[in-house]
Write a protein that binds this ligand. Structure first.
Ligand SMILES: [Zn+2]
Length: 184
């Protein structure tokens, strides 16, 4: 994995202080791709970027073959208002980054494998919901809903915040459970 040109480029263009975290996220991504997507996805450029506070992360494509996943670096280093700063909470913040990576990888799968990005749902429609719930079942997470599901599903959290909204209290430690998980 480390020899893949995309990974080498991503690691070398990252400030040294974040390189170990990015490497950890690449290992996490390989596990996600193996466990939940049957190794169907090609390795993305993962970037720890200083995004606006409201944005935890995002996915987009680069050209025809490459994917680009950004994760808000401020959440990882502890300068984002939704997380607790300090080394003691670094592991919890990284766990949050892993979950954002999982979320964005579902978007990559939607785009690259299914070919439907569900723009009228801002990416969080039935396809995203069902895939999230299938993965969530393996992880022991409660089901989520799309932003238009009503009726008996109304009490479920919305999948735009998945899997963060489905994690048990204290899961991240570094992110107070009262934090507003934003649409990613
Ligand atoms: Zn999303």
């Amino acid at each position: 994995m480390i020899n893949d040109p995309i990974v080498v480029e991503a690691l070398t263009s990252t400030p040294e202080e974040c390189r170990a975290d990015l490497q950890h996220l690449y290992v996490t991504w390989l596990t996600i791709n193996d466990l939940f997507f049957g190794d169907a996805l090609t390795i993305p450029t993962i970037e720890l970027a200083d995004l606006p506070f409201r944005l935890y992360g995002d996915y987009d494509r680069i050209g025809d073959h490459s994917s680009h996943i950004r994760i808000n670096r401020r959440l990882v280093v502890g300068t984002h208002p939704d997380v607790i700063p300090g080394r003691r909470h670094a592991a919890g913040r990284l766990r949050l980054a892993e979950d954002i990576l999982l979320h964005e990888t579902v978007h990559a799968w939607q785009d690259r494998i299914i070919g439907v990005r569900e723009p009228s749902w801002h990416g969080h429609g039935p396809i995203f919901r069902d895939r999230s719930n299938a993965i969530g079942e393996v992880l022991g997470l409660a089901p989520v809903r799309s932003n238009r599901d009503r009726g008996r599903y109304a009490s479920r959290p919305i999948c735009s915040g998945w899997p963060m909204v489905a994690r048990p209290p204290g899961f991240y430690a570094a992110a107070p459970q009262t934090a507003r998980f934003r649409s990613v």
